[in-house]
Design a binder for this molecule. Structure first.
Ligand SMILES: C[S@@+](CC[C@H](N)C(=O)[O-])C[C@H]1O[C@@H](n2cnc3c(N)ncnc32)[C@H](O)[C@@H]1O
Length: 252
């Protein structure tokens, strides 16, 4: 059986159920309090040139526009989601947001971007939906390349070391040791599952891995905190998505 590839993930995000799920989130859930707390802390200037990777249907970019951010370029590799983001901005009479279709792992990505950014966001675990550690590192390097020195990078992951899940991961480690893991997975920590919102590929990293990946791609660790530590989210947000860990890195 073939491994999950970037193309598998792109097709999964272009599937109708998944498009509906993220479009609803963009229309009815909007920016999380935790996202706003961190973004305002690391980007106090509302004119900061921000790049949002994996923007989906525009939940974060549109939310930030309403918070006064005026220079946001957002991209996603799933064309159906980019179309939804463009529609949402149009519906709300927003003309200053730029939405593009691009792949964060594509070395040509920077050719479609107009300038050097003051910061980059990859929210709601999008970076961890890139299959293969080397590919995630490529994306981190590319995002580093399009930023100025001193720029911050904020992204989120699920926490493989969450005490609640340790037993499940111990069982999964045994499956890997016996070679009985799902053959579509690349690395320990990967999950590929199907629910009412479609297929989801997700890598769950441990702390050491993220710190190594930052160091290998030119980013310095600034801070990390769980969503619950940053803010108390509304039930709507909590029903939509589990707790996650926010990471803040800096380009030296
Ligand atoms: C969990 S969704 C989050 C969408 C949106 N940021 C939100 O919070 O509603 C992750 C997004 O990352 C995008 N994505 C995953 N891999 C990508 C890649 N290599 N390049 C660009 N976008 C990617 C997916 O298409 C998807 O829209």
């Amino acid at each position: 059986m073939t491994k999950v590839t970037g193309e598998t993930v792109r097709n999964d995000f272009n599937a109708i159920n998944t498009v509906l799920h993220y479009t609803r989130a963009a229309h009815f859930i909007g920016l999380w309090k935790s996202e706003l707390v961190l973004i305002e802390q690391y980007f106090p200037d509302k004119m900061a040139r921000l790049l949002e990777a994996g923007c989906g249907a525009g939940r974060v970019a549109v939310g930030l526009w309403h918070q006064g951010y005026r220079d946001i370029t957002a991209f996603d590799f799933a064309s159906e989601l980019v179309e939804q983001a463009v529609n949402l901005a149009q519906e709300q009479g927003i003309t200053g947001l730029t939405f593009l279709q691009a792949d964060a792992t594509d070395p040509e990505m920077c050719n479609v971007l107009r300038y050097t950014f003051d910061g980059v966001l990859f929210m709601f675990n999008g970076l961890m939906q890139i299959p293969g550690r080397e590919n995630r590192r490529t994306a981190m390097r590319e995002l580093h390349r399009v930023c100025r020195a001193g720029a911050h990078f904020i992204f989120t992951t699920h926490d493989r070391e969450d005490p609640q899940d340790l037993k499940e991961w111990a069982k999964e480690a045994e499956r890997w040791a016996r070679g009985e893991q799902n053959p579509r997975l690349h690395e320990f920590g990967d999950r590929y599952f199907t629910d009412e919102n479609g297929n989801t590929f997700m890598h769950l990293p441990d702390r050491k891995e993220i710190l190594e990946d930052m160091a290998a791609t030119g980013w310095s660790h600034v801070r990390d905190a769980t969503r619950n530590e940053l803010a108390s989210e509304t039930p709507k947000v909590r029903n939509f998505s589990d707790n996650c860990r926010f990471w803040v890195a800096r380009k030296d």
